[in-house]
Design a protein around this ligand. Sequence first.
Ligand SMILES: NC(=O)c1ccc[n+]([C@@H]2O[C@H](COP(=O)([O-])OP(=O)(O)OC[C@H]3O[C@@H](n4cnc5c(N)ncnc54)[C@H](O)[C@@H]3O)[C@@H](O)[C@H]2O)c1
Length: 271
Amino acid sequence: MTISSSPRPSTASVPEVAGFSRYPSLRDRAVFVTGGGSGIGAAMVAAFVEQGARVAFVDVAREASEALAQRLVDAGHERPWWRVCDVRDIAALQTAITDAAGALGDFSTLVNNVASDDRHTLESVTPAYYDERMAINERPAFFAIQAVVPGMRRLGAGSVINLGSTGWQTKGAAYPCYAIAKSSVNGLTRGLAKSLGQDRIRVNTVSPGWVMTERQIALWLDAAGEQDIQRNQCLPDKLRPHDIARMVLFLASDDAAMCTAQEFKVDAGWA
Ligand SMILES: NC(=O)c1ccc[n+]([C@@H]2O[C@H](COP(=O)([O-])OP(=O)(O)OC[C@H]3O[C@@H](n4cnc5c(N)ncnc54)[C@H](O)[C@@H]3O)[C@@H](O)[C@H]2O)c1
């Protein structure tokens, strides 16, 4: 038996907001998302746009990014600001943040979402591959924070949301370099929350369980994976990108004004 007969919305990138919370505090706020062109990032971009926020994102996937922007426009929303940017290039990432802030205003929210969970083994990893994994999965978040903090200080508050993972916590074995990088996210969050908190800049981690993005379904979900979900989750439904986006909306909003330095798991109770 599988649990694929979920009655909940599909992975479509424009969320269905009816029945879910609206956050007046997010209206007109400027939000920056890394890796926002597809997957969970796209769901977050769409969710923030739906809330009336002014959204910017970067991604390497030009076609997916343009398609997302167009879907949002077709649905009657503002076109998000976006740019093709490889986050391994820190100067390009910080320039994109500066340019986007010039267009939208200082960012009150940064979502460090970009990552790549490509599979590898201990034996196959070279120093160059190790560095490349960190250049995508670890380094961009720190330097994106460095770029947005001056603007958050000008605003008098901000929310940084770092995407972690429960994969390393449940001993996922297929991606040791990704596990190392993702385990460092809690350190990034807790290492900055105290100093940035003095300026009312909150820093939190959101750690998803196994989320059914198109990429996960295409590359990794098989019969054994279906059984893993059924055996390990407490809840029977599969996680969707919008389940993560809803937690991120909350943490970006003023409803979460006193939440900082924490990890919030959205994993249906697996970890
Ligand atoms: N999907 C899951 O099951 C899952 C589980 C745990 C944690 N997460 C975390 O959630 C976040 C989003 O995951 P996802 O599954 O949507 O990821 P994904 O791989 O589907 O999407 C990541 C996005 O980043 C972009 N990207 C990749 N490399 C890039 C680069 N060098 N420069 C710029 N953009 C680049 C991709 O084009 C894509 O749009 C990640 O931080 C991931 O670690 C996901």
